[in-house]
Design a protein around this ligand. Sequence first.
Ligand SMILES: [Zn+2]
Ligand SMILES: [Zn+2]
Length: 142
Amino acid sequence: MWRQSEDTKWEAAPLPAKGSFALGEEAEVAMLRGGGCVLLARSPARVNGSPCLPLTVLGDRDEIRVGGREYYISTESCATVTEFVAGEKKVCCARCKAEVTGGERIALCPYCGSAHHEECWSYGPLCASCPQSTTGAGWRPN
Ligand SMILES: [Zn+2]
Ligand SMILES: [Zn+2]
């Protein structure tokens, strides 16, 4: 998600996979099992410009205003980097097309799931197989 800092610059703050994320004292974003999140507001809050209920389901790029600060939800996630375990199926890197061998660190695209060597993933601005940004910050508020 994105949060506006005191000097009105936008900064990215990763949402946790589970649990909740505090929006100051006034509200928090609670992560739902199976994806998605809800806003739990303890003081009057606005979502996309309209006053919202104390419990509001949030979607991608929703704008939240609470406690004089602005936040944007972005569900864009970063790639998961894991150690590749060699199995029966041959896996090739989407970028350099070389076969991935056991023990190598690979990045899985959060959008299309294609495997890349860790360094091949960050080699270009986009995933080799789809338009997913490799930095996890392809979209930012204006
Ligand atoms: Zn590669
Ligand atoms: Zn992809």
